[in-house]
Design a protein around this ligand. Sequence first.
Ligand SMILES: NC(=O)c1ccc[n+]([C@@H]2O[C@H](COP(=O)([O-])OP(=O)(O)OC[C@H]3O[C@@H](n4cnc5c(N)ncnc54)[C@H](OP(=O)(O)O)[C@@H]3O)[C@@H](O)[C@H]2O)c1
Length: 320
Amino acid sequence: MSKFRIFIIILAIAIYYFVIHGRCEYKGDERLDGKTVIITGANTGIGKEAAIDLARRGARVICACRSKSRGEAAVEDIKNISGNNNVALKMLDLGSLNSIRQFAKDINAKEERLDVLINNAGLAGPAYRDTTEDGFERMMGVNHLGHFLLTDLLLDLLKKSQPSRIVVVSSNAHRMVSSMNLDDLMSEKSYSGTSVYGYSKLANILFSLEMSKRLKGTSVTINALHPGAVMTELGRHLDDYLQLPPFLNKAMRWTMSIFFRDSRQGAQTVICLAVDRNLESVSGKYFAECKISETTAAATNETEAKMLWDISEKLVNPSA
Ligand SMILES: NC(=O)c1ccc[n+]([C@@H]2O[C@H](COP(=O)([O-])OP(=O)(O)OC[C@H]3O[C@@H](n4cnc5c(N)ncnc54)[C@H](OP(=O)(O)O)[C@@H]3O)[C@@H](O)[C@H]2O)c1
């Protein structure tokens, strides 16, 4: 896809969301006193805003972050803004299977319960293919495989605490790809930052679909969501990727700042899926604007969901 086309698409998305799409505001008054929530990537953007809201509702919030300094600063903010001191930082790098195993081991040893796991952390569109510590293409490794292993390792605690929920922050970017790249999951044959982001977000939805089937008969639910077009740090690779002339870069940032929603607005569907009492038995669905949303044929393909699960399981080897 040409860089100019991507530029136009970003502007179109911004305007579409501003003009046509409503912005949901979750109004439910549910409390989470005595409950524990883990949010990955809670030091900024959507994750941090969700953390503030859930801490306000009385939850113990565990911020799973990869940077100590950014994580500590965020935890201070979350405590101050929410008025809840039961907010903890635990180190987690989703680009390292070792770090995920250490994190899960610590949680399973020290936490009594886990009521909500929010798989939020993610990165989008590095210009050049890069790999994680374990040799996975970075977006697939962090956005999908890291969360795949993390969820597996925390599942017993979620089951012990049921009714409990898993919330998966995906994206409408999954619509950019027509099927899962199962024959080239690591994008070794071809790499484009936008498509690979799309694959990783499609993988989030297929993971939720397959996991919901495996959780049948339990009171652990899992749902995926699109948060809207949100002005966060997610676009940090955009300038590198697009390499537009400076005036177009400025124009793009300006348009985004006007038309994209802020992080608090972007967190609304996350909060809704984490707390809405009406969703207690809803599982395996895709949400946007705090309600179930239509998705693509690729994102409802149960055969590919099962195939992706099997490949992911081999790659991360949860029982190692
Ligand atoms: N913004 C949007 O318009 C939009 C639209 C659709 C979907 N989403 C999804 O929303 C989620 C949150 O994104 P955001 O917009 O809030 O972006 P953001 O501001 O860039 O936040 C992303 C978070 O993920 C963390 N992260 C990245 N790599 C990680 C790793 N290897 N291990 C642990 N944490 C890692 C980041 O930590 P550092 O600060 O240390 O890098 C940061 O805390 C993502 O899954 C994204 O795909 C966003």
